[in-house]
Design a protein around this ligand. Structure first.
Ligand SMILES: NC(=O)c1ccc[n+]([C@@H]2O[C@H](COP(=O)([O-])OP(=O)(O)OC[C@H]3O[C@@H](n4cnc5c(N)ncnc54)[C@H](OP(=O)(O)O)[C@@H]3O)[C@@H](O)[C@H]2O)c1
Length: 366
């Protein structure tokens, strides 16, 4: 039986929005899925029973129409500029319908004076949405997603190379969660606000992995040897410009460079792994090999062939001849808000206090 509660899922065609919407539908909730275009993902949502709303999440008129009649929502700002604008539009529309509960996808790195503008905006949105008198909130702050590594599966499959600027291959610096496990934690909080209001969760995978572990796991799933190659930040921006994931602007790429810096500093390993997926989401987190095997099974184009190997080599050559992104120019041209004393997470007392448990405590309050 369908519940009378109505839940709005923003970014519903995205990495976490799609599994959040599908898992809620499986649980019998009525879901309105906010997408920006009709495509195979929108069709999947519709087939699963969602009320698909096509519009622009940054447009207050569209957000008001999407929010009409809703009781709870999943707030997920796209990995794109203007996240704070999205959150302001969401907050206005949510207050007009007196939304009762929102689950907010934030970041592990969320900090007031972070060098990343996107992250500072996530921090501000987190604090702003908590001020709404009509609404409770739950905060989901995952670290570096497993999905980020798996955007490079084609190069692993056809060239045996896993290239990222993650530092030395043997240092274990991340416990990557799957999109589905992040969604499980968000869905638990959407289904039961009484238990989860005011809480902050940091879903992770089951164990810390090194870049060499990640390459070896990809190799097992692909049935070939895969080697990790540490590359410079410059090379990362060349790769993202040469073969950009469809939704990453130059501004987003400039922020990814800062996140890779945090990765090398070890910030994603602080107090990781957590048990939030199991205790909140209700089942143990997926291990990385299970996640990789799922992605490999869904992409028949990863199977070896001379033509695909040639294609991968040409993509690699394209990276070498693509100019690097001038990160200072991006910040200047976009007229970014700049702050005088940015601090990485581990230099920020508030962040450290929230991530390192006090002696005798194994978890921290929100
Ligand atoms: N990746 C990580 O490692 C990581 C780690 C921690 C936190 N996060 C947080 O994760 C969040 C992103 O979540 P996600 O990865 O689940 O999302 P995502 O995959 O980036 O999805 C965003 C969705 O929003 C849609 N969209 C973009 N602009 C739109 C517009 N104007 N109107 C309507 N829809 C629009 C996109 O549509 P199309 O698909 O059609 O382009 C996409 O489906 C960010 O806030 C980031 O801070 C990410």
């Amino acid at each position: 039986m369908t519940s009378p509660l109505k839940i709005l899922v923003t970014s519903a065609a995205g990495k976490t929005g799609l599994p959040v919407a599908l898992q809620l539908l499986e649980q019998g909730f009525a879901v309105r899925a906010f997408v920006r275009r009709v495509d195979v993902r929108a069709e999947q949502l519709e087939t699963a029973g969602a009320d698909v709303f096509v519009g622009d999440q940054y447009d207050l008129g569209d957000m008001r129409r999407a929010m009409a009649g809703m009781t709870r929502a999943y707030h997920c700002a796209p990995t794109a500029p203007n996240g704070l604008h999205f959150s302001a539009v969401f907050a206005v529309a949510a207050s007009e319908v007196q939304l009762e509960h929102t689950v907010i996808l934030g970041q592990w790195l969320t900090a007031a004076d972070h060098p990343s503008l996107f992250t500072r905006e996530v921090y501000l949105a987190d604090r702003l949405l908590r001020q709404a008198p009509h609404m409770t909130t739950t905060h989901i702050d995952p670290g570096w997603f497993a999905d980020n590594y798996l955007m490079l599966l084609a190069s692993a499959a056809h060239l045996g190379l896993f290239t990222m600027p993650l530092g030395p291959g043997d240092v274990k610096r991340n416990a990557p969660p799957s999109n589905e496990d992040i969604a499980r934690v968000a869905v638990a909080a959407l289904m039961d606000p009484k238990t989860h209001a005011g809480r902050r969760y940091r879903p992770t995978g089951p164990g810390l992995l090194s870049p060499d572990d990640i390459a070896a796991t990809m190799g097992r799933a692909l049935g070939r040897k895969v080697r990790y190659m540490n590359v410079s930040e410059r090379m990362m921006t060349k790769a993202l410009r040469a073969n950009p994931p469809s939704n990453y602007s130059e501004a987003a790429v400039s922020q990814l460079a800062i996140y890779a810096d945090e990765y090398r500093r070890g910030s994603f390993a602080i107090n990781a792994p957590t048990d939030d997926v199991e205790t909140v989401g209700g089942q143990p987190p997926e291990d990385f090999e299970t996640i990789v095997r799922r992605y490999v099974a869904a992409q028949p184009e990863l199977a070896p062939s001379p033509l695909r190997r040639l294609g991968a080599m040409l993509s690699f050559l394209k990276i070498l001849v693509t100019p690097a992104l001038d990160l200072a120019r991006v910040a200047r041209d976009r007229d970014y808000v700049q702050i005088t004393r940015p601090a990485f997470c581990q230099d920020n007392e508030e962040w450290v206090a929230l991530h390192v448990p006090a002696p005798g405590l194994d978890r921290r309050p929100a």
